[in-house]
Every structure is written in structure tokens, then in C-alpha cells.
Design a protein around this ligand. Sequence first.
Ligand SMILES: Cc1ncc(COP(=O)(O)O)c(C=O)c1O
Length: 443
Amino acid sequence: MQTSTRSELLLKRSLAAIWHPCTQMKQHESLPLVPVARAEGCWLHDFDGRRYLDAVSSWWVNLFGHCNPRINAAIADQLGTLEHVLLAGFSHEPAVALSERLARATGGRLGHCFYASDGASAVEIALKMSFHYWRNMGRPRKTRFVSLAGSYHGETLGALAVTDVRLFKDTYAPLLISSDQVVSPDWRLAERGESPRDYAGRCAQALERHLEQYHDVIAALIVEPLVQGATGMAMHDAEYLRMARAACDRYQVHLIADEIMTGFGRTGTFFAHEQAGITPDFLLLSKGITGGYLPLSVVMTRDAVYQAFYDDDVARGFLHSHSYTGNALACRAATATLDIFEQDRVIEVNRATSARLTSAASVIAQHPRVKHFRSIGMIWAFEVETADPQFSQRFFASALERELLLRPLGNTVYFMPPYVIGGDEIELLVQRCAALLDALPAA
Ligand SMILES: Cc1ncc(COP(=O)(O)O)c(C=O)c1O
């Protein structure tokens, strides 16, 4: 079969059989789906010889490139031994090894791992666990959750309840438990002349006032440390996390660090919260945990939380489960990912990659259509001055024509490439993105 015919047929079948995620399907009448035949390193390839640089790491999950030989080999090896077994009442080496290694990565402070499959299910677990902890401790009135303005924690009902992105939330509002939002420390909102750190301090004081007033009924504060991703890569100073940790301690409120996007080196340290020198009560990880291969998420917590559930009474236990909890193939992909971190000194090497991309991107930072160019670790973002309400879709489509996979969030364009992006790929990404900006119609 001719390759283009194969491509067309696949897209036709896809539109007939698949309800694609986060999509108004009617838009595909004018914006074609992109067929992917195979992928390698930072590149996605279609059936017709076209290729796309995956500058968003396939929704922020890929760390070491597509079809990574080392992760492939680990999964293939695991396939021959044990693919999956229930984790209730049973255990296996990949889940145990992964839990031990993750606990070590937190300096042993978060020694208990509870597994699920996607980011949103980890959020659900943390919210339930926090509430249940307080209930077990004789504080059943602690039922409310606090999150930051603009926060994103996923799309299931509990996760959406603490999310604050109107497009995703408004329709389902009648179904959601209510939660409180405090002002975001996003440094773009600082007053003129106010430093990101001073602004973070001012926002933390607002949080403190909120907790002071309502702590009796608040179970937890949930935060995306350092970068609020889906709202538009809003970045904040680590001071906010330090002060939030202190306020949570003062008012006996849990701190949930949602590192589903920021974990595994994305912000330049292995976990983002390390940059504030704090330990959360719950740490949520997913996305990069398997190097972008398989769905896996984990809620890590402290011994004090674990002990509050440990009892002769079954109902005081955490009776939550998902069928694929602790899937052996996913856990093995995750330990292979951790091996790469250690063997390749990834955090150190990323520092050089990050500096190189930042330097190459000066052409974008100085572009007349660009505002608020910012970066941390392996994330870069900027706003484009445009009056076009369809900007994000149009930019996405034009980027594809230049072999780039970029998915702007509104008028925020960001790069979140796999860590293995090479020098030539950095140049290609930056130069072609600059050309896209040059080609924009007048604002
Ligand atoms: C910070 C954060 N939390 C939670 C989620 C939800 O994860 P998932 O899409 O795997 O359910 C995301 C997804 O982008 C996220 O960025």
C-alpha cells in the first residue's frame, strides 16, 4: 500500500473509532490529525517521510527520547518474567526496588509509596489520604482543600475540584466539591519594581492569613512547585514554598507537592521542592517516572501519615485501589529510567543543555513579539503578543509545517524537550520558532 494512502486510511479510521483527548472533535474537519508511524530520540515520523521534533516531550512525559534502547531492553526483559500481578496481598521485585529507590531520592523522608496509573489518580489518592488521616486523628472537620489560582491537577472530579482553569472546570462545576484558591505567586503578576522573591513572600502572607482563618476545616494545600504548567508555565520563587511549608506546619495543614510535571529533573533538580529545602507531606509523581513509556503514578508520604492508618480496624486503613496498581512493566521502565539518571549524571548534564538552549534562544527572548521570556531547568516559555483568538491552533499548525511539535497554551509558547535534545536540534528548534514569530501577522 502507498504510504500516503496508509496515512489517510489511518486518520479516517482514527476519526471514526477514537474520541481523542482534550479535543473538540469538530475542529478536525479543518485541522488534520497527525499520523505517527514510529518515533526515535526527539523525532516523530509519519508514513510519508515527514518528521516532527517533539519539543513538548509528548505531553511532558518523555525524558530520554522515544524508543530508548535501555528502557526498551528493560521492558523486554521484564516481559519474559512477570508482566503484571495484583498488588493487594502480593508483591514483586520491580515495585519494591522502585519504592526503595524513590524513598532514597527523598532522603528517606517520604518512605511509603502508594501506586496508581495516571497523574489525576495520584491527586485523588492524596486528597483522600489527607482527609482520612485527619479523620483517623480525630479531626473529621478537616474536609477542605486549598490550591493556587490557575492551578492544574488533572481532570477527574477530585483533581478538577482543586484545579483552577476555567475552560476545563466550568462545565463540570455542579459536580465538584468546592475548594479555595489563594493568589498565585506567578512572578509575572508582581508589581513594578517588586522582585519575584518579594512577590512570593507577599503571596505567602495571603496564604498564611487564609490558613489562620480556616485551618480548622482545611485538610491540605496542594501546589505545583516552582512551575504551574497547564495554566501557562507560570513560574515562582522557591521562597513561596518555604513560607507555605512553615504556614502549613503552624496551622496543621498538609502540604501536597504535585510534581507530576516538575519531578524527575524538569526544573533542574531531581524534585522541584528540593530548591526550597523543604519536604512535603505528600509527593505526587507520574509522567517522566517511566521515561514516558507507560502509565504509572505514585503518592509518596511520611511515616507519620502511614502510621495513622496502621490499625486492627480495617476501616482505618486506606481502602483505595486500581487494577493496574504497581504494574510490573511500568515499575521496571521506571527503575530503568532511574538507572539512566545515575549512570549518565543527568541532572549535571542537563545544566549544560539548559544553558545552551537558553543562550541559543536569545533570538526569541529579544524578539519584538515576545514578552516574559523565562526558563527553569529544562522548561522555557514566553508569551506572544497577538490579537488572534485562534493563535494557539494556528501556531501549532504552522510549527508542524516547519517540523516542530509545539502546542501553545493560549498565547504562551513553551519548549519542554526530551533531555537528550542535541546541539543541532536545539538550533533547529530555536531558529524555526524564531522564523514562525517573524511570519506572524501584525498584532
Ligand atoms: C501538575 C499536574 N498534575 C496532574 C496532572 C494530571 O496528570 P494526568 O494527565 O496523567 O492525569 C497533570 C497533567 O498534565 C499535571 O501537569
